[in-house]
Design a protein around this ligand. Structure first.
Ligand SMILES: [Cu+2]
Length: 131
């Protein structure tokens, strides 16, 4: 009887853990700019290498901004013995979100600029972090 109980608890706990890990992205970043909002999510926290970011953009009306031309740039300021670096990452339009392969090639300070353009309107989101 005790073993059955332990088994049931184990199943309960493990299914809870699975549900948690599926529901919550490892990385989430919310950005605001001129009434627009961008939400970045990823299965992994920022790391050296290719970071797959899902980017959802919302207009001032709160609705998803679809069909925009989105660009993502990563910039690293100059370091001792190293010039500045700037990369434009590939971005795919996935319908309800945009997917960017953000290649953070080394540890250090990164500044990310996300631009979305639609019908002549441009919105720019910026943020930075240390890797
Ligand atoms: Cu550097």
């Amino acid at each position: 009887m005790k073993r059955i109980f332990q088994f049931l608890v184990l199943i309960l706990v493990s299914s809870f853990l699975v549900a948690c890990s599926q529901g919550k992205p490892a990385y989430k970043k919310e950005l605001q700019s001129g009434g627009y909002k961008a939400i970045i999510t990823s299965d992994q926290p920022p790391h050296v290498g290719i970071n797959k970011w899902k980017i959802k953009i919302y207009g001032p009306d709160g609705k998803l901004l679809t069909g925009a031309k989105v660009s993502v740039n990563g910039y690293m300021p100059p370091m001792p013995g190293m010039p500045e670096m700037s990369f434009d990452y590939p971005v795919k339009d996935k319908g309800s979100y945009y997917e960017a392969d953000v290649n953070l090639s080394m540890a250090g300070t990164w500044q990310i600029t996300i631009k979305a353009e639609k019908n002549g309107q441009v919105v720019t989101f910026k943020f930075g972090f240390n890797l």
